[in-house]
Design a protein around this ligand. Structure first.
Ligand code: PEP
Ligand code: CO
Length: 476
């Protein structure tokens, strides 16, 4: 992670909104202006006083990330916009308080580093690394309640709200969890900062990122060969007298992101930057608005339009080109490259019909967006036994169609957005191991959507880097 001084973000919430943050014709923005709009997907907190106390406490806590870091990510995403880099955004669908242990965090980092180095080496392009990590605790749901055997309880909305156990007490939204989410994010970030700066992410450790479960697969063996190639390249550079002890070799920049869903939490962590006077949501470097909450006049878009972090918007198969353009105008009126990432998640088979018209409209309007493909959320289905899964082939197919759409339009495919884990879980079918449907029960551990396991993630990294290498050649 980048080095930053504390002076980059003050903990003050006071100060006038900066004019640059507001849409020219839109009403004045302030961190709480979202509450004048309708906000979907917010829990029904049973105790208003307890909620207010948690939010007040959060406002007193230090920022989790600094404004300067968020600005640096915007700059890097600006390089993606210009076709000079590619972004890998990946991690859990829903992080868990219990699984935020040191080993778990290290293993989640490992798989991201491993995938990124595969893509960077194969395609010869810088890979901007953004984790769905250190704050991805809130989930949008299709229904507010869940009924089992005649009993109806509030739905599980992520660990920042309630617990997954189907029991009345566990499912009751608990504002104390907002502080637990903050604390878990802080502890996770602390370890990530140590790992990414303290030698663990050193390119000379590239073999160590290959975890046992992954290493024994064909993709794991291919990775070993690639890692040997990196060793050889480093030896060659040393022999030439080049310094391979440089921080560029020893450290990586890993940025954090999550869906900005619980607006009270996000508002409480929104601070003015003491250098620029601009507002930043200091809960993560990048925030995105989900497919279920991206209405133009809704509270989530209102909140995100005023913070200066790089932001994303998920676009499902029903979004029209006009809606996509309106989102670009609302979220990036000053057309800053790297500010806005449009994340299409239309599903394999819908790319030509749903995504291509958007790609054309936004490109023709001259909006500088980072394009990103989320091949996960449009390809989810349930087995006859009601197990939510995704097929590796559909995931790959959507990525292929997405690259093809960009090749035809002459635009840069930007990045991919994935739900992954380094663990040997059995949540998605297919991949190099051809994980079968009947194996889904073996290790199905996700609290929300099915993730690619470590082997499937590495398989996908190799396949995506082949596509990326050809896209890079086409662009040059
Ligand atoms: C997610 O990213 O986990 C998610 C809920 O995505 P979407 O908003 O695209 O459905
Ligand atoms: Co998900």
């Amino acid at each position: 992670m980048p080095t930053q001084t504390l002076s980059d973000a003050s903990s003050s919430r006071s100060g006038a909104p900066s004019p640059a943050s507001s849409h020219q014709h839109a009403p004045r923005w302030h961190p709480g202006s979202w509450s004048e709009r309708s906000a979907g997907q917010q829990p029904e907190w049973p105790d208003a006083d307890a909620l207010a106390a948690s939010l007040a406490e959060l406002r007193r806590r230090p920022p989790l990330v600094f404004a300067g870091e968020a600005r640096r990510l915007t700059e890097l995403l600006g390089h993606v916009c210009a076709g000079k880099a590619f972004v890998l955004q990946a991690g859990d669908c829903a992080e868990s308080f219990e699984l935020s242990t040191a080993d778990q965090i290290r293993d989640r980092l490992k798989v991201i580093l491993q995938m990124a180095v595969v893509m960077q080496y194969s395609a010869g392009l810088p890979i901007v690394k953004v984790g769905r990590i250190a704050g991805q605790f809130a989930k949008p749901r299709s229904s507010a309640t869940e009924t089992r055997d005649g009993q109806t309880l509030p739905v599980f909305r992520g660990h920042i709200v309630n617990d997954i156990a189907f029991e009345p007490e566990a499912r009751m939204p608990d504002p104390g969890r907002l502080l637990q989410a903050y604390n878990t994010s802080a502890a996770t970030l602390n370890l990530l900062r140590a790992f990414t700066r303290g030698g663990y992410a050193d390119l000379r450790q590239v073999h160590d990122w290959n975890q046992e479960f992954v290493a024994s697969s064909p993709a794991g063996r291919r990775y070993e060969m690639l890692a040997n190639g990196i060793d050889a390249a480093l030896r060659f550079m040393n022999a030439c007298g080049l310094d391979t002890d440089d921080s560029a070799m020893r450290q990586v920049e890993l940025y954090t992101s999550h869906e900005a869903l619980l607006l009270g939490y996000e508002e409480a962590l929104t601070r003015t930057d003491s250098i620029t006077g601009d507002w930043y949501d200091c809960s993560a470097h990048m925030l995105w608005v989900g497919e279920r909450t991206r209405e133009l006049d809704g509270a989530h878009v209102e909140f995100l339009r005023g913070v200066h972090n790089p932001i994303g918007a998920k676009l499902g198969p029903t979004v029209t080109p006009d809606e996509a353009l309106a989102l670009c105008e609302a979220l990036n009126p000053n057309r800053i490259p790297g500010r806005l990432t449009l994340i299409s998640r239309v599903g394999a088979g819908n790319v030509v019909e749903s995504f291509e018209p958007i790609l054309t409209a936004v490109t023709d309007a001259g909006h500088p967006v980072v394009w990103q493909c989320d091949p996960m959320h449009g390809n989810t289905y349930s087995t006859e036994d009601g197990v939510k899964t995704r097929h590796f082939d559909a995931i790959l197919a959507e990525i292929r169609q997405y690259f093809a759409a960009h090749a035809a339009a002459g635009t840069w495919p930007g990045g991919i957005h994935l739900e992954i884990t380094g663990d040997a879980v059995t949540e998605c079918v297919g991949g190099g191991d051809e994980l079968a449907q009947h194996q889904l029960g073996d290790r199905y551990e996700t609290m929300c959507d099915p993730r690619l396991n470590g082997r499937q993630s590495l398989d996908l990294a190799f396949l995506a880097s082949d596509l990326l290498a050809s896209a890079g050649n086409g662009a040059s």
